[in-house]
Design a protein around this ligand. Sequence first.
Ligand SMILES: NC(=O)c1ccc[n+]([C@@H]2O[C@H](COP(=O)([O-])OP(=O)(O)OC[C@H]3O[C@@H](n4cnc5c(N)ncnc54)[C@H](O)[C@@H]3O)[C@@H](O)[C@H]2O)c1
Length: 271
Amino acid sequence: MQWSFEGKGAIITGGGSGIGRQIALDMANSGANVAILDIVEENGNKVLEELKNIGKGKALFHKLSVSDKEAVDTAVAKTFEVFGDVDFLVNCAGVLRDFLISKFNEKYWDFTVDVNLKGVAVCMQALSTQWVNLSKAKAKEKGVKYLETTDNPPRVIVNISSMAADGNMGQLAYSATKAGVVGMTLTAAKELNRYNVRSHAVKPTLIDTPIIGDLLSKDEGKFKNMYENRIPFGIGKTSYVSDVVCFLCSEGGYFLNGCIIPINGGKVGGL
Ligand SMILES: NC(=O)c1ccc[n+]([C@@H]2O[C@H](COP(=O)([O-])OP(=O)(O)OC[C@H]3O[C@@H](n4cnc5c(N)ncnc54)[C@H](O)[C@@H]3O)[C@@H](O)[C@H]2O)c1
């Protein structure tokens, strides 16, 4: 879908693949300046080319891990410098490492928590630090201690959680981090609202992207059939998530804050 994002700036983590790539392309097609942050250089460069070919706003790719605070701070500062301002942060970078509770895997646990939880926290702190500093500088210019909320430009954070936040077989670490993302989102919604920053999380059901690996093709389509039967509208496409994220960032989403939206393919209550 197309939106009106001319003159807006967006940072999309995990923008090198799947859902993040779709959001990056949709925002760029709608006129936004888009910076993607991703750990895989080859994918990031490919998407950067796609963004440049759209030829509307500016495009940047920063190769980094979202849990590397110093690298994220530097990339975010650079993006503000090049774009002039950044209005949207979409935290899409994520990893999936499954294990049964009885087969607890400490390496998988630490890795998942590092990327899915710390990564979101680090990116939110980087953007909010910039936004708070800009607000304070403008307040100083005006000779007041704080700006009125709506004297700050409207800005939006959207975090990609998952229906797995409600619990899912074999997903102890993943579901813990995705439930944690909901908690962090609600904290941001309460803490940053006075700077006119609205924070939301979306909880997609199964979407066909590289993160699910060979799930849909293995065991002669056993899991594909299972999920197709379980999700009334079937396995999702990346655009189903991007459309909701773009709506939340659009003018139409202006009166919303702290929304936790299940993108559930019609199924109410878990995956
Ligand atoms: N596909 C699904 O079924 C589904 C469902 C619910 C939620 N999600 C969530 O959606 C988000 C996007 O996933 P996707 O489905 O597009 O998968 P994907 O694997 O296509 O994309 C994830 C991206 O994150 C990047 N990434 C991973 N670790 C990183 C790190 N440390 N630093 C920077 N970038 C990193 C990857 O390189 C990749 O480009 C994830 O947070 C995922 O948990 C996916």
